[in-house]
Design a protein around this ligand. Sequence first.
Ligand SMILES: Nc1ncnc2c1ncn2[C@@H]1O[C@H](COP(=O)(O)OP(=O)(O)O)[C@@H](O)[C@H]1O
Ligand SMILES: [Mg+2]
Length: 511
Amino acid sequence: MFGKRSSEDQATPTPPVTPAVQAPVSPALTGDSLPHPAPASAVAPLVQSPAPVAPAPNMVPAASAHAAAAPTPASGQAKKSEEYYDIKTTIFGALIDTIDLAQLAKLDAEGAREEIRDIVNEIIAIKSVVMSIAEQEELLEDICNDVLGYGPLEPLLARDDIADIMVNGAESTFIEVEGKVQDTNIRFRDNAQLMNICQRIVSQVGRRVDESSPICDARLPDGSRVNVIAPPLAIDGPSLTIRKFKKDKLTLDKLVDFGSISPEGAKILSIIGRVRCNTLISGGTGSGKTTLLNCLTAFIDTDERVITCEDSAELQLQQPHVVRLETRPPNLEGEGEITMRDLVKNCLRMRPERIVVGEVRGSEAFDLLQAMNTGHDGSMGTLHSNSPREALSRLEAMITMGGFGLPSSTIREMIVSSIDVIVQASRMRDGSRRITHITEVIGMQGDIITTQDLFLYNLEGEDQNGNLVGRHMSTGIARPHFWDRARYYNEEKNLAAALDAADVMDLDTGV
Ligand SMILES: Nc1ncnc2c1ncn2[C@@H]1O[C@H](COP(=O)(O)OP(=O)(O)O)[C@@H](O)[C@H]1O
Ligand SMILES: [Mg+2]
């Protein structure tokens, strides 16, 4: 069992309101745990002191950043009784009074769990709480999640099938599974507890979120991307959005299995990746852009030097010669920001053969196009837009707004001479993700950029379950614009074979 804790362990990751308070504070009231100076083996009664606690979060030691939260409602799917929460509150209070969180943090997850299990069992015995074994196990799980992890979020974080977790205040949490958004029974005790969990997450990357800086991006240790927006900006309580990191990234073969692309379409994409077409992947939020970019990078040769620039490292390139770069937001004083543009510009001094930009959002578009134009063939990036044509106009808008003072005709020419292919990803209304266009940028007619679709997803209807039915079809173009490039890389036979094998759309009827 753990001994009494020392005072420097008492910092908790809450917004700075007052200096760290040394008085024991009830976790039930604040959502935090502060040690009650009880002897290690004693089980102290719950102390109901409402004092707020608040050191600067970037001073939070790792130990307490991971420790402590208040009893939480419903971390499973079934709603639990009031009695359960009362018991949990009592036991949780006693536990927090007893353990030394700093010591606990030194143990590995299993060890810490074992330690908590022993103490909780002892508390249950001392307090003569009547519980079945199953209830005890459930209680123990809940308590461990609160003390060691992210409270009610833990069961969601543990699931691999969830793509996004969206917490809209303490009362409402949605998840996205298989492309569909669903409600859950996950509830936080109150907004203060939710805010504490948000704070704990962002303090791990040295940030803080409170009224004075209510917007914050962070990352979980597993690589999941996190955004927090807190009151007063979020009117109904802190809003927490997590894009879960998928360890096993999807491959192009898997996308074929899911029907996201036909085998012929996948073959064409692989050739595009291999023969160094400069490629933009366009799509809405969560449409599968990053996934697709990752798939395309699989066809980069192992001897190429690739530099990736991302806001939050998600790509998993398998090649041996990869340099991964990540942007940095400003620190608490608003200094030290490294933007995507800084990274892309710096990339050019690093002798890259290809540059891969996770998401093009702003003036870095100019540098990426320049890179594509100056011998870094096969560079790639994603961009947020709903169609290949819109992607082109967004790209132009990004460069215009970057303040380079270029006339629009020059920007368009630059786009035409840089981008070879745009691949469009979409999340359809039935939740499925599909590649809807493989489109080439081929030239200018007057001051309009001309494009040609090679491959399209043709929607044919809906089955009785409401799932969309359709086919990927070639538009009948036998010699894509990148034919010569394919020939240069000895891929023209494969390209011709893939185009021949595909269903061909009748362009008059669109079927
Ligand atoms: N073709 C697909 N089929 C099924 N799930 C997919 C597909 N593409 C992506 N996903 C899943 O969708 C989620 C969002 O994908 P991501 O590539 O991060 O989207 P974006 O970068 O467009 O926001 C991830 O969980 C990913 O695994
Ligand atoms: Mg993405």
